[in-house]
Design a protein around this ligand. Structure first.
Ligand code: CP3
Length: 358
């Protein structure tokens, strides 16, 4: 008897969606209706999220419960009408497999108990494939895909290496990233060891996400804009480009989105990363970005605070955004995560305005 062939990874068979507008736009096709999703769309502004969140005193335990992950991943698809689901997880789930203990505190956000303060510890960090310790993420992807059926694509994600390194070295959120940048400027070879290891772990992790069902990959290098062009180009860009090249080599059809916050000065470099889509925040005029990079697909870039305004004002703001986009393929989104006190009706008003005006 010949051995049974392993089931092909879902990524190898064409996936058909009832609503493929996000994939269309990401690949440069004009979708029938403009796609929109919301950064942090599975989050505290939704009462049903807070209900599930309350079951877990520890945020990471929540991330480690695939049934609950799938439940909150599809909530914004059902309740807000977005055109994609994003896996509920966090960029910092990579820390424990790398030997760093992280805890999410109510007021302070992530806190790392053993931040990287010693070059020898960085040299000894693991490298390569840590996927065996992240099985709960992949199970969350499989269950989310099941719950979504073929309605909309599922976005998988990881942090960009600079942003994940910032939490590992600073020990939590930080205003200036002074410790990480001190490492970069004073001992660039140690910085490079750290970023290189993160890039190799992240490359393995993201490709496994695709094998398990993710239809789109987002790399969130939120804090890359803390760097000037010279340091970004020489010390971070090659590593992010390698992650994207690895994904593209294995899955040429899977769109990759790169997001950074407050980094319009790095756009010339982001445009060369090999990403299909660049996520922008609100500090740049979309029309200017599109004029500078006419072939580039962008995502964004409504100010998250715009959702405090009335639904009518939100619709007017979307109209202005649409005028900047000028009929090109575009993925509508906020320029950063939705804030926890935004009324869900206002999130719906944003999504409806994008849909109705296209
Ligand atoms: O977008 C989604 O809905 C998917 C889930 C998601 C979370 N975090 C859940 C989360 C995603 C994509 C992230 C990414 C993430 N996490 C980033 C990159 C994007 C960005 O926002 O810049 C970063 C920098 C983090 C790190 C992180 N996680 C911080 C700084 C915090 C604390 C601040 C905060 O918002 O509370 C988190 C916690 C976190 N991650 C929450 C959620 C829903 C809130 C925790 C809670 O529900 O108690």
């Amino acid at each position: 008897m010949p051995e049974a062939k392993p089931t092909p990874a879902p990524a190898e068979s064409p996936r058909k969606f009832l609503n493929a507008s996000l994939l269309d736009a990401a690949q440069g096709r004009m979708p029938a209706r403009a796609p929109v999703w919301i950064m942090r769309q599975a989050g505290r502004y939704l009462a049903d999220y807070r209900r599930v969140r309350a079951l877990f005193p520890n945020f990471l335990d929540f991330c480690r419960s695939p049934e609950h992950v799938a439940e909150v991943t599809i909530q914004p698809v059902d309740q807000i009408g977005v055109d994609a689901a994003i896996l509920f997880s966090d960029i910092l789930v990579l820390l424990p497999p790398m030997g760093l203990q992280v805890e999410f505190q109510e007021k302070r956000g992530p806190v790392v108990a053993n931040p990287l303060r010693d070059d020898a510890v960085i040299a000894a960090l693991p490298d390569g494939d840590l996927n065996s310790e992240l099985g709960y993420v992949f199970e969350g992807i499989r269950l989310s895909k099941k719950a979504l059926g073929n309605r909309v694509p599922l976005i998988g994600f990881a942090g960009g290496p600079f942003t994940v390194a910032s939490y590992m070295v600073e020990g939590g959120s930080s205003k200036e990233l002074a410790r990480l940048k001190s490492l970069l400027f004073s001992r660039p070879e140690v910085f490079t060891t750290l970023i290189g290891k993160l890039a190799s772990v992240t490359s393995c992790y993201l490709r496994e996400q695709v094998r398990q069902g993710a239809d789109v990959i987002t790399i969130m290098d939120s804090w890359a804009g803390y760097l000037g062009p010279h340091e970004y180009r020489s010390l971070v860009f090659p590593h992010t480009r390698k992650i994207i090249a690895d994904i593209k080599a294995e899955f040429p059809q899977v769109p990759v989105v790169h997001y950074a916050n407050g980094a319009p000065h790095l756009l010339p470099h982001f445009a060369q990363l090999g990403a299909d889509v660049l996520g922008l925040d609100w500090r740049i005029d979309l029309g200017d970005a599109l004029r500078a990079y006419p072939e580039q697909i962008f995502q964004g870039n409504l100010d998250p605070c715009a959702l405090y305004a009335s639904p009518q004002q939100i619709a007017a703001r979307v109209k202005a955004l649409k005028a900047e986009v000028g009929g090109r393929a575009h993925i509508y989104n906020l320029g950063h995560g939705i804030l926890p006190d935004i009324p869900p009706d206002h999130a719906r008003a944003f999504v409806d305005a994008v849909h109705e005006q296209s």
